[in-house]
Design a protein around this ligand. Structure first.
Ligand SMILES: Cc1cc2nc3c(=O)[nH]c(=O)nc-3n(C[C@H](O)[C@H](O)[C@H](O)COP(=O)(O)OP(=O)(O)OC[C@H]3O[C@@H](n4cnc5c(N)ncnc54)[C@H](O)[C@@H]3O)c2cc1C
Length: 647
């Protein structure tokens, strides 16, 4: 385990015994839990000392200067993006029919070819390797455009370059690998990422696909089967995660996962099945089988045993495409709802005048605004520094964006009423405008599941949020350590918290770290965010004291901390962006932009208050027991009176 470390901002706490023990006490875990945790811990990109705005929130440090003034895309970068985006938009508008793609379950080859010829498969790949060389911000802008129009094309291009071969190759590829593969994938040879297996969803420790080195060590033979590989049925080259022979660490064998670049026409690679789904009907997603597939050692990404690190790091940036696509979806919904809520008259007024509908519209607009602020901010961090620690900001944008945009598309369906539930083809068939809410709804349901499900995102964010505390206090709480080491760690932790804890109670008069925004209303919300980050840090500390190592099992409780931190990030990004729009806008827009940001912050503050209440007043324990009653069959009578499974 490489997790006994400190960040540069925390005191050095290591002892020899501590260095050998995991940061998280795994002694009370089942072997399956321990294996999963140890494997992901070992693959964590600890990003020691880099820190980030979002991670600091959980320690009560509100560094406004990281977000305000809101990062501006340079005119040059914007112009470069505009040239491509204009071509892409024109092409989508004039030559792509997303309802036909949905109906037929196929993307016409001419669409794929044209996308390839305009460079859409190599947006971020450098021009020297045949790509467009655009920034992360421009890539996200392309995802916004695509997400507003066609989920199937979004998934095709995103699976290819956010998680497929280009992204891990850019991050970890050798010069030779880059020379060989980047020009191919930039030109439009489709790629994919194969991690999931029937038994491996959120838990890679149970991976069955394995790769054994040949006797001369020059090749590996891959055997196994991957499930739900997006683009897998059309790809020319894919990244495959496979178990490689275990490495002995401290006398014990440690499982290893390695990432391989595999060409789909190599002997032994077979697409065994094309999967079909509720939405994204034209996803080229399949079961890919590997039988003695001979892969040269040079096709290992990063290093043998570093596959999970490749996967997690790829996803850190890769998953930013998803919230960007969710922005596009949300904006499209807003456009649909604006028209319909104005046009549709019921009970003597347009439905937008009825408060219940207006309430939904206000939330849609506010959440869209905040999501755009969070995602653009995070993209700008990548553009400033390719090695920026965006793990939390990207995960929060994905978690929050996929959940909020799901509410948005759900509300859009509600506001469209029966027409929301009717297919675009059917609406057209009876002479109405073919508004595709039903398709958007189906296509977007997967967003909270793939690229890190909401539950796993909350665990991931909680782990990172707890990291500074674990670095300081884990030694004291870890029953796997000798008592002497625990006492020593407890003493050091006591010294740290004696300084840190009182500071979390001190009133803070001014916002630190940056010049405050000029708008009073925004300043007020940011002061709240600063104060609340310290309240969050205190509450997290209290929970650690209360639950000790068992806190890791309190998923619902940890989820509340994560949601509070995420809302604070959203408030800060929204206020900083509103100020920057204020600074550049005209008088009319200023007033409305401020109202938008103010409404968002007020709503977020109500949600935060609710989450804080839930820390103390909840029925979590009873709920857990009740769920176990359901699972063990104690409430089987509740399932009576249905047509269910016989017997
Ligand atoms: C359309 C589609 C496209 C996909 N594309 C790809 C792809 O290109 N490449 C690829 O490798 N994979 C892909 N996947 C797989 C996708 O990433 C997985 O579905 C996802 O990781 C979840 O895995 P699972 O479905 O097996 O759920 P499971 O891991 O079985 O989880 C089931 C439920 O339990 C929850 N859960 C699991 N573990 C925990 C825990 N420890 N604590 C709390 N809750 C937990 C999950 O959040 C989920 O709600 C795709 C899937 C789909 C449906």
């Amino acid at each position: 385990m490489n997790t006994t470390r400190t960040t540069s901002k925390e005191p050095e706490m290591k002892t020899t015994a501590e260095e050998q023990a995991p940061l998280i006490d795994t002694s009370k875990m089942s072997s399956g839990q321990r294996a999963a945790l140890e494997m992901t811990e070992a693959a964590r990109d600890a990003a020691s000392g880099r820190g980030s705005f979002a991670s600091s929130l959980f320690m009560g440090r509100f560094d406004l200067s990281a977000v305000h003034p809101f990062p501006q895309q340079s005119a040059e970068d914007r112009d470069q993006g505009d040239a491509f985006l204009q071509r892409l938009e024109k092409f989508l508008r004039e030559q792509v029919d997303p309802d036909e793609i949905d109906r037929t379950g196929e993307i016409p080859q001419r669409v794929i070819d044209q996308l390839a010829s305009m460079g859409a498969f190599g947006i971020k790949i450098s021009p020297s390797d045949g790509g467009l060389g655009l920034s992360q911000t421009n890539y996200c802008r392309a995802a916004v455009l695509l997400g507003s129009y066609c989920g199937n094309l979004t998934a095709l291009l995103s699976a290819h370059q956010s998680i497929g071969v280009p992204q891990p190759l850019i991050l970890f590829g050798t010069e030779e690998q880059k020379r060989k593969y980047l020009p191919r994938v930039a030109k439009g040879e489709i790629s994919a990422f194969a991690l999931t297996e029937p038994g491996v969803g959120s838990d890679p420790a149970t991976m069955q696909t394995h790769a054994e080195p040949t006797p001369d060590g020059k090749h590996f033979l891959i055997n196994g089967e991957k499930l739900w590989c997006t683009n897998g049925t059309k790809a020319g080259v894919i990244v495959v995660m496979a178990k490689t022979p275990p490495k002995v660490v401290n006398g014990k064998p440690k499982n290893q996962i390695t990432a391989f670049i595999v060409e789909m026409d190599w002997p032994g690679v077979e697409v065994a099945h094309r999967c079909r789904f509720m939405g994204l009907k034209a996803l080229y997603n399949g079961v890919v089988r590997f039988t003695n597939v001979r892969v040269p050692r040079e096709n290992i990404l990063l290093a043998e045993g570093k596959g999970l690190r490749v996967a997690l790091s790829t996803l850190n940036t890769g998953r930013l495409t998803l919230p960007a696509a969710c922005i596009g979806l949300s904006k499209r919904c807003l456009e649909i709802v604006k028209k319909w809520a104005n046009e549709r008259v019921q009970w003597g007024a347009s439905i937008g005048k009825h408060a219940a509908i207006a309430d939904k519209i206000a939330h849609m607009a506010a959440n869209t605004f905040a999501l755009e602020a969070m995602t653009l901010y995070t993209a700008s961090l990548v553009d400033r520094d390719k090695h920026a620690d965006i793990r939390l900001e990207a995960a929060m944008s994905k978690l929050w964006g996929s959940e909020r945009s799901w509410e948005i598309v759900n509300d859009t369906m509600q506001i469209r009423g029966g027409r929301g539930y009717e297919t675009a083809d059917s609406l057209k068939g009876r002479g109405e405008e073919p508004v595709p809410v039903e398709r958007l709804f189906r296509d977007s349901r997967i967003n909270t599941i793939f690229e890190g499900s909401s539950e796993i995102m909350r665990l991931f964010i909680a782990r990172e949020a707890l990291d500074p505390h674990l670095s300081v206090a884990a030694g004291a709480l870890n029953s796997q350590l000798p008592m002497k080491a625990r006492l020593k760690a407890a003493l050091k932790a006591g010294l740290f918290y004696a300084g840190w804890y009182p500071k979390q109670w001190l009133p803070q008069l001014a916002l630190s770290g940056a010049q405050s925004p000029r708008c009073k209303i925004l300043r007020r919300h940011l002061r709240y965010a600063s104060k609340t980050s310290r309240k969050l840090a205190r509450a997290l500390f209290h929970a650690m004291v209360r639950f000790g190592p068992k806190l890791e099992r309190q998923q619902v409780l940890l989820g509340r901390f994560v949601d509070i931190g995420t809302e604070l990030f959203a408030i800060t990004a929204a206020c900083a962006r509103a100020q920057s729009l204020f600074d550049s806008g005209n008088a009319n827009e200023i007033e409305h932009t401020l109202a938008l940001a103010d409404y968002f912050c007020r709503s977020a503050r109500l949600r935060i208050a609710e989450q804080f209440r839930g820390l103390h007043t909840n029925a979590d324990r009873q709920g857990y027991r009740l769920a176990q009653d359901v699972l063990t069959g104690n409430l089987d009578w509740l399932e009576g009176g249905i047509v269910g499974k016989a017997g």
